[in-house]
Design a protein around this ligand. Structure first.
Ligand code: NAP
Length: 527
């Protein structure tokens, strides 16, 4: 840790809430108790060697060159968990140099050798599932059970691509002339810049680093400044697994500076990004300068369509899962719940009852299923969206305000009479707020669902097989869940259409994002 303790100008204070003024007296007491629990978790993580607080360049744990640091805070309490380096362009250039040097040896290993390293990394991630889960809850806020679930999900990409590494096949193409043979080789793209968001501090990284390393690429990872600790712990485990120094480098801090260094470097051949559509567009434009490949997993605006013929219990369970995972802070969260008029009232009543039963609180506490929002800005966004909706005629059935726990806790909310033109239907709310829209016909539902620039996930609930196919095919989305609210898995392709992104992650298709095709023509064979 840098001795100087100079904080980065891009302070977290603007991105995190730590205002004690927001706390109720009882909450302060509770909060102190929670803080001491969190302290003992931090101590345990320190002694296990998993609380890493430096970046990694060429296998060496490194401070920011100018000694600046960033605070990593617990969104449930506002407490500072750790200080990490606030790095910028210079550290990124060195990290790229290290990734580039290691690329020549890593890419030459056999697929089976790379596979063994990845498999070992997977095993270590699973062995340390609990500690990694605790770290996710500490820095991101999601309930511990959900956080441990993210570790299993995140690790599954390392396991899957350890296996997939051995299945990168080329092709032999029937020749057009008798004395020629035509081949296609698949080769790693090169050094990859990996930029990830805060909402899945582990899984968004493994979904990219797994296939990158499997294919022979090396990486420079930039986790979100809000949640770097899980990434650093996972990287420590990668080193313990024997993955060579320089294959994975981690920098964090000044995002635009790090981003520019990655974009401007000719050594970086690809940028893979998960985050907001606005940042994705900037990166895509920036990648043009060196004609880099880009993969983008951007924002969504998922419709969840519930038809009159749906099994209502299945629909409620599915909509709850699709809406409230990670307190509504996922790109595939149901952002608009479209309910057909015949069951609208019945659904709204039963759904509201389920929503009211959810326990909100610190993710370390038994029974809690909804944690805090990531920061004050997230709460302000919900407030603005709800104000707009109510001013245009929407009604709040449940919740609709900050939770009495203070901080950035928000009450799980159900809003009815929502219209397509309200802000809440136009953009991701990224919070535990479920807007219910009413529709009459299948055509109208499809029209509303597709009336957005986003196209990531969509959900439909119906008991008609014909309708399942018809609507799935008509939806302009990369993923469709039929009678299911949670559909992500390492074995299926994940990605969006329209402004939700480019490329796919996971599955047999995911590794292609990190491979170049090379055509080889062997001629004059008859001489
Ligand atoms: P964000 O603000 O775009 O940040 C994402 C990452 O980009 C962070 O690491 C951030 O760094 C970095 N970043 C910001 N500006 C940058 C720049 N100029 N150059 C380089 N890097 C830059 O998004 P977020 O708020 O963290 O994440 C939420 C969004 O992610 C939502 O829209 C959600 O839908 C989307 N998301 C999509 C998927 C998907 O698979 N499609 C999955 C999860 C989330 P700092 O945090 O350090 O500033």
């Amino acid at each position: 840790m840098a001795g100087m303790m100079v904080f980065c100008t891009r302070s977290l204070l603007s991105r995190r809430s730590s205002s004690p003024a927001l706390r109720h007296p009882f909450v302060s007491l509770l909060s102190r108790q929670i803080s001491s629990e969190a302290d003992s978790i931090v101590d345990r993580l320190k002694s296990s060697g998993l609380l890493r607080t430096q970046g990694l360049i060429g296998g060496t744990w490194t401070d920011a060159y100018d000694g600046k640091t960033l605070k990593v805070q617990n969104p449930a309490t506002g407490d500072v968990i750790a200080n990490v380096p606030c790095m910028g362009g210079r550290e990124t250039i060195d990290a790229i140099g290290s990734a580039s040097e290691t690329f020549s040896s890593w890419s030459k290993l056999t697929a089976a050798e790379r596979s063994k390293y990845l498999r070992k990394w997977y095993d270590l991630l699973i062995v340390h599932k609990e500690e990694l889960g605790q770290l996710i809850t500490l820095e991101q806020g999601k309930p511990l059970k959900e956080a441990i679930g993210e570790v299993s999900y995140g690790a599954s990409f390392i396991e899957f691509f350890a296996e997939e590494a051995k299945r990168v096949y080329g092709d032999i193409i029937p020749a057009t002339l008798p004395d020629r043979r035509l081949f296609v080789l698949k080769q790693p793209v090169g050094v990859v810049g990996v930029i990830t968001p805060w909402n899945f501090p582990l899984a968004m990284i493994t979904r990219k680093v797994g296939p990158a390393l499997a294919s022979g690429c090396t990486v420079v990872v930039k986790p979100s400044e809000l949640t770097p600790l899980t990434c650093l712990a996972a990287t420590e485990l990668a080193l313990q697994a024997g993955i060579p120094k320089g294959a994975i480098n981690v920098v964090m801090g000044n995002a635009p500076e790090i981003g520019d260094a990655l974009l401007e470097s000719k050594q970086v051949r690809k940028i893979t990004f998960t985050g907001s559509t606005a940042t994705g567009k900037k990166l895509m434009a920036g990648a043009a300068g060196t004609v880099k490949r880009v993969s983008l997993e951007l924002g969504g605006n998922a419709p969840c369509i519930i038809f009159d013929d749906a099994d209502i219990d299945v629909a409620i369970k599915g909509a709850m899962a699709a809406k409230f995972r990670n307190s509504g802070q996922t790109c595939v969260c149901a952002n608009r719940i479209l309910v057909q008029e015949g069951i609208y009232e019945k659904f709204a009543t039963a759904f509201s009852k389920a929503v009211q039963s959810m326990q909100v609180g610190n993710g370390f506490h038994e029974g809690v299923v909804q944690g805090p929002l990531i920061n004050e800005a997230a709460v302000h966004k919900v407030e603005a969206f709800l104000e707009d909706a109510v001013s245009k005629g929407a009604k709040i059935l449940v919740g609709g305000k900050r939770h009495s726990l203070g901080m950035t806790f928000y009450e799980p909310t159900v809003v009815t009479d929502v219209k397509n033109e309200m802000l809440i239907s136009r953009d991701e709310v990224f919070a535990p707020v479920a807007p219910l829209l009413r529709f009459k016909t299948e055509e109208e539902a499809i029209h509303i669902a597709n009336d957005t620039d986003a196209g990531l996930a969509a959900y439909i609930f119906t008991s008609s097989m014909q309708r399942s196919w018809r609507v799935s095919e008509a939806l302009e989305y990369g993923l469709v869940g039929i009678n299911e609210g949670i559909i992500s898995t390492e074995v299926a392709p994940f990605g969006g259409v329209k402004q939700s992104g480019l490329g796919r992650e996971g599955s047999k298709y995911g590794i292609d994002e990190y491979l170049e095709m090379k055509y080889i023509c062997l001629g004059n064979l008859s001489n």
